[in-house]
Design a protein around this ligand. Structure first.
Ligand code: SIN
Length: 414
């Protein structure tokens, strides 16, 4: 019997929580010290895709599953924080979500099954190509990941996926098998969001807790609360209320589609404004360079920067105080590293606001937080040669803004 038929045979017979609890007792006995157990799974399944017969009236959505708490197996139905992240399979989870057949034809790809922090950059390269590949035959893709590095995985996809079709990243703060889990609702509402088509051209969006965020701007703000994802200063794009996706504003990425500069809005012109230059099919994953983050603090030392430069790290993001300041020792180490060919991006550790200024090999990251700036610097370094080229690409995508006035008659009176 194939994997798919096995799953179908299980539907309606063995509740996932019961099967999961038995599996947990057999395989993952809690540690003798009774310590909280939600470390990422080390084991990763081979990518496995399930494609169903399509109802032509409905959009097709592929769920690309990578694990995390959403796929988490709890010790008991009330152990909200004692669970194994990245354990359940997406096909089994989808079988437990009601009414999906009213929303979309849902296919799945089990890309992996582990905690978000366990993915390498090389694996994110593969994930991005898998998402673009799924979008060749689907109207939208939902990517499920752990929430810990969801903003990073999402922004990696935002920078590299070449299709403007909807990409929605989601996860959960509570494992699938506890009472009051947000996992089922988040999976359902992410599929509803992707199926609606309303976030096409937005780049990757994050849907959690019914709220839709631009992944470029969002950050995880709490280790346990279900409203952990917040977009400082700018706020959410919209929300999902009872099968209705309500979009209240567009991110700059989408608005740029309407920057016509004397031309007309065609798909080709829109794509020219929308696409990043970071097409992963044109480089090898080994070409993605190491970039690290230096977190500044009172009288911080510069030894980490010296060590990274000596280790061959090509880019360093500084999370500075206030408008991006770093200590004297860190600043001297940065000068030495720049002489050695390392490029820097300046961000603020404050949690919101922009960093401007900088010169030469020190680039301002505008409103990107440090973890987002790290991924953009990685891309700018991988796709360019020399400080001027890297700087130009970095600054264009770090300070992404929109000005749609070129598409409309002037309103000036003089
Ligand atoms: C993880 O990021 O994989 C674990 C935590 C979570 O999913 O919320």
């Amino acid at each position: 019997m194939s994997f798919h038929r096995n799953v179908a045979a299980m539907r309606g017979r063995v509740p996932l929580a019961v099967a999961a609890a038995v599996a947990l007792m057999l395989v993952f006995l809690p540690g003798a010290d009774g310590a909280p157990a939600h470390p990422p799974q080390a084991v990763q399944t081979v990518p496995k895709s399930v494609v169903r017969a399509a109802d032509e009236a409905l959009p097709t959505v592929t769920v690309v599953a990578t694990g995390g708490t959403m796929a988490g197996l709890s010790d008991t139905p009330t152990s909200f924080q004692r669970y194994r992240a990245g354990t359940l399979l997406m096909e089994d989870m989808l079988a437990e979500v009601p009414n999906l057949d009213e929303v979309a034809n849902v296919n799945s790809l089990q890309f992996g099954n582990k905690g978000s922090g366990g993915y390498t950059i090389a694996e994110l390269y593969d994930l991005s190509l898998a998402v673009d590949n799924a979008l060749k035959t689907s109207d939208g893709v939902v990517v499920t990941t752990g929430t810990d590095t969801m903003e990073e995985i999402g922004y990696f996809l935002d920078l590299t996926v070449q299709s403007p079709k909807p990409v929605v990243i989601t996860g959960a703060m509570r494992p699938w098998t506890v009472i009051g889990s947000d996992a089922q609702a988040n999976l359902f509402n992410a599929i509803v969001t992707a199926a609606s088509g309303k976030t096409a051209w937005f780049g990757t969006v994050l849907m959690l807790n019914d709220e839709i965020h631009a992944v470029r701007d969002v950050t995880k703000t709490s280790s346990y609360r279900m409203d952990t994802f917040q977009t400082p200063e700018l706020g959410i794009l919209g929300y999902v209320d009872d099968l209705k996706v309500r979009i209240m504003r567009m991110p700059a990425r989408a608005l740029r589609v309407f920057e016509t500069r004397g031309s007309v809005v065609t798909t080709a012109n829109a794509l020219r404004n929308w696409r990043t230059p970071f097409d992963l099919t044109t480089i090898d994953k080994a070409e993605l360079p190491r970039v690290e983050i230096f977190y500044n603090a009172q009288e911080a030392g510069g030894e980490a920067i010296d060590a990274w430069a000596a280790a061959g790290v090509e880019g360093i993001v500084t999370a500075g105080t206030g408008a991006g300041g770093i200590s004297g020792a860190a600043s001297q180490a940065r000068n030495r590293a720049v002489q050695a060919g390392v490029m820097f991006a300046s961000t603020t550790r404050t949690g919101s606001g922009s960093v401007y200024g900088g010169s030469g090999a020190v680039f301002p990251a505008d409103s990107l937080n440090a973890q987002h700036a790290r991924l953009l610097l990685m891309m700018a370094l991988a796709f360019n040669d020399g400080v001027e080229e890297v700087r130009a690409d970095f600054i264009e995508w770090a300070s992404l803004q929109a000005d749609i006035t070129s598409a409309l008659p002037s309103l000036r009176t003089s």
